[in-house]
Design a protein around this ligand. Sequence first.
Ligand code: FE2
Length: 377
Amino acid sequence: METSTLPKLHDAAKDFMPINGTDYLELYVSNSKQAAHFYKTAFGFQSMAYAGLETGLKDRESYVVVQDKIRLVLTSPLKSGTDIGRHIDQHGDGVKVVALWVDDATYAYNAAMERGAKSYMEPQTEEDSTGKVVRSGIYTYGETVHIFVERKDYKGVFMPGFKKWETPDYNPSSVGLKFVDHMVGNVGWNRMNEWVHFYENVMGFVNILSFDDDDISTEYTALMSKVMSNGNGRIKFPINEPAEGKKKSQVEEYLDFYEGEGVQHIAVATDDIISTVRQLKSRGVEFLRVPDTYYDAVADRVGKIDEDIAPLRELGILVDRDDEGYLLQIFTRPVEPRPTMFFEIIQRKGAQSFGKGNFKALFEAIEREQEVRGTLH
Ligand code: FE2
């Protein structure tokens, strides 16, 4: 059964880990330069910052791209034998860092460490002529880390060590992506509750929604999920684990191909999903498709919505309703060779949930792709 404690987030006074929002996401990728170009041309990001040989780095190169509040850092090694290279060898391209914007990165680190976090990076201050940034970091599931970023005394383009990266002759228009709505982690068998407790105890998050395998199952596969939220609701991390089904679930497929636990999808918000998805498709982004019959039943299921059904059907956008309103969402196919990470585009119209009414149609769509990949068995 779905259980919800929405919207009972804890009050600010009790929130020992105040977080202002997602600061950046760093992906370790095999070709950061081409990945940056992909996110610009396909997803409408802009050039923002660069660090590498030209800034004095010898072992890695990073390109930062930006769209509204979303910053992606794309990092590749410049030589063999690095941690980044080993990470890519094991996991393929994927999210290494989910950076969280805080007012005090030293406090956040100490608060997490006192509560049992595993250290990734002790607080470090980096400075340039425009100010300073303090960062610290802890491990979460798999090899994924959270870096706390304190940037109240910084006025530069991104962070010390980076220089501005401009491509004046190529500035793609935004497709309307605004901010990270939520990020989902896939963890191993029977590991969901362990990570739920980590986010509760170490990070001060609360479990706002739970789905068991009755909610998220098809004829063949199943998974379970719990949604963790920080105190002000700006950070939401659903955590998935596989559940027993007749065949291999999408979470197991992910764990096999990522060779470990990691970020499954990044959900990014838009105010106009029809326009955003139309542009993304025209730029070559590939989306999962549910059967056309989905749209025959959608009006009965969700009731009156502002949008016409025709463009939703044309573009494959899904709709779901909860007590507070409705949401529109769509999922890309994986954005790297391994069937691992993908994006969700979401527009919320009051709803604070995650599209439970779409799970079955969606997971059947994923299974059809697994079938083609030969991983549904
Ligand atoms: Fe999602």
